[in-house]
Design a protein around this ligand. Structure first.
Ligand code: ZN
Length: 134
């Protein structure tokens, strides 16, 4: 694992979330991007070498909608940047971590991602991410 790449925060209203984080961080998001496969709209703020990702559900079936229903708005996941996502997935699976996808999938912000079940990591959803190089 190279570093914490970003912290994902579930919000009910992305426009309002953007305003709050704009005030908090003193900058605007550098991008807004829909991830159709996850039914979410995201926005990203740079904070030094790390990022904050805000996530709003675009559908009641979205994992973000379900998360907010259960736990309210708040920290949804922590994403770690990895050099080789396949290797990390294999390593973690061998150590008994429960991976939520078998293969890396395309996430927001030009990344391959894989999620680790919160039950495997003390109640925190973990995202592994690797830059897509094309
Ligand atoms: Zn994320």
């Amino acid at each position: 694992m190279k570093k914490i790449e970003h912290i994902g925060i579930a919000v009910k209203d992305l426009a309002k979330g953007n305003e709050i984080y704009n005030l908090l961080l003193g900058k605007k998001p550098y991008k807004q991007e829909e991830v159709a496969s996850e039914n979410v709209m995201t926005s990203f703020f740079k904070v030094g070498p790390n990022k904050v990702e805000l996530l709003e559900a675009t559908d009641p079936e979205s994992p973000i909608a379900k998360f907010i229903e259960k736990r309210g708005e708040g920290i949804h996941h922590i994403a770690f940047e990895v050099k080789d996502i396949h290797k990390e997935m294999e390593r973690l699976a061998k150590k008994g971590f429960r991976l939520l996808n078998e293969k890396p999938k395309r996430g927001a912000d030009n990344k391959w991602v894989c999620f680790v079940h919160p039950k495997s990591a003390n109640g925190v959803l973990i995202e592994l991410c690797q830059n897509i190089e094309e």
